[in-house]
Write a protein that binds this ligand. Structure first.
Ligand code: 1HN
Length: 349
């Protein structure tokens, strides 16, 4: 070490006593030329996770666990309960007859129903029956509880859904509050289907209009979203990057259903070989239908229905479909757009 380097070292040591350090040693990491996320591409096969989730039902009840969930933690973000830097993902199991008790929190949540029938979630006084492929929201600070009463006339089934929350984002902002309900279930104040009747048909009530940052629609049923994609498939050519891709909307604003999370459903036709694209919003994908491959930053992940995978920020994604493929996905794009920092780039191969 020359004299100058030794002087610098000694100086750094001295100023560290006062919680100071020289920016010039860190500047390149603090202001990268492009996103350099520690988040990595990763896929969880449902065939691997389901048996482990079922095993957990023998170890703990939903009631004791409060939420019986296996967290899908990105290996690049170990110990942080995060799928991407801003978003959380987990697979939640509710067995027939169980209740996951009422609570509310500042974190916004989505449920994407993956497996099984007969469960419901109650949000802000209204119950919604869950069907595979339904996209359900739990807006910030709304009371919610879940249960599984089964389908009349059918044998009871375990029900599994993907939870998506803005947990890491809220933690980053140190803005989290939560409360447990006094009762196991929160009182119902509206009959099932009321919100969808009011807001789910390209119409809204003339009086008593909902005012809120989150959508007044709690459930976006798969049957309706899937029908829209099937109809587009018969009418127009797919986009070369993403097939037919639709965004779920807050019916009163046209924006995302919740302020922090955007959600999408897309269809890729059998044999589709998508061109590459990247975006600053990393995303979590849930495979609804079909097998295919996601090539993410050069890594090939073969997916099957009910699998979950993560595309990190600014990683190039190419999608290939062996069969007709339907993908649900969510990201923090509304946050990046509100802050005027969202970017995407489409490659021509
Ligand atoms: C939560 O409240 C639920 O209500 C699921 O079902 C997963 C993960 C982290 C924090 C809160 C739920 C959650 C969660």
């Amino acid at each position: 070490m020359n004299a100058l380097a030794a002087d610098r070292r000694a100086y750094y040591e001295r100023i560290r006593q006062l919680s100071l350090f020289p920016l010039w040693e860190q500047l390149h990491d603090l202001v990268p030329q492009e996103p350099a996320s520690p988040c990595v591409p990763v896929l969880w096969r449902f065939a691997d996770v389901k048996p482990l989730l079922m095993e957990s039902a023998g170890l703990i009840t939903a009631e004791e666990a409060v939420r019986r969930v296996l967290v899908l933690e990105n290996p690049g973000l170990a110990g942080r309960s995060s799928a991407t830097q801003s978003l959380y993902a987990g697979l939640q199991l509710i067995m027939p007859g169980e209740i996951a008790p009422a609570h509310r929190h500042v974190q916004s949540a989505l449920r994407f129903i993956v497996d099984g029938r007969g469960a419901y979630t109650a949000v802000d006084g209204e119950r919604t029956t869950m069907h595979p492929g339904d996209f359900i929201i739990t807006p910030a600070w709304t009371w919610h509880d879940h249960g599984n009463e089964g389908v009349a006339g059918e044998s009871p089934e375990p029900v599994i859904w993907l939870d998506g929350l803005d947990v890491p984002l809220v933690r980053f902002l140190d803005a989290g509050f939560a409360e447990n309900g006094d009762e196991r279930t929160h009182a119902l104040t509206r009959r099932e289907g009321t919100s969808f009747a009011r807001y789910g048909h390209n119409m809204v009530p003339v009086r008593h209009l909902h005012r809120g940052a989150s959508s007044p629609i709690f459930s976006y049923p798969y049957s309706r979203s899937r029908e829209a994609l099937a109809s587009l498939q018969q009418r127009e050519a797919p986009d070369a990057w993403e097939g037919w891709k639709l965004r779920y909307v807050h019916p009163l604003t046209g924006g995302a259903p919740m302020p922090t999370i955007a959600t999408y459903l897309q269809l890729l036709p059998r044999g589709f070989r998508g061109k590459g694209a990247r975006a600053t919003d990393g995303a979590i994908y849930s495979v609804v239908e079909g097998r295919g491959t996601a090539e993410i930053a050069g890594q090939r992940l073969d997916f099957a229905p009910k699998d979950t995978f993560v595309v990190p920020s600014w990683a190039t994604l190419r999608l290939h479909a062996e069969q007709d493929v339907v993908l649900f996905s969510y990201s923090d794009r509304p946050v990046q757009e509100a802050l005027a920092m969202h970017r995407e780039q489409r490659l021509d191969h």
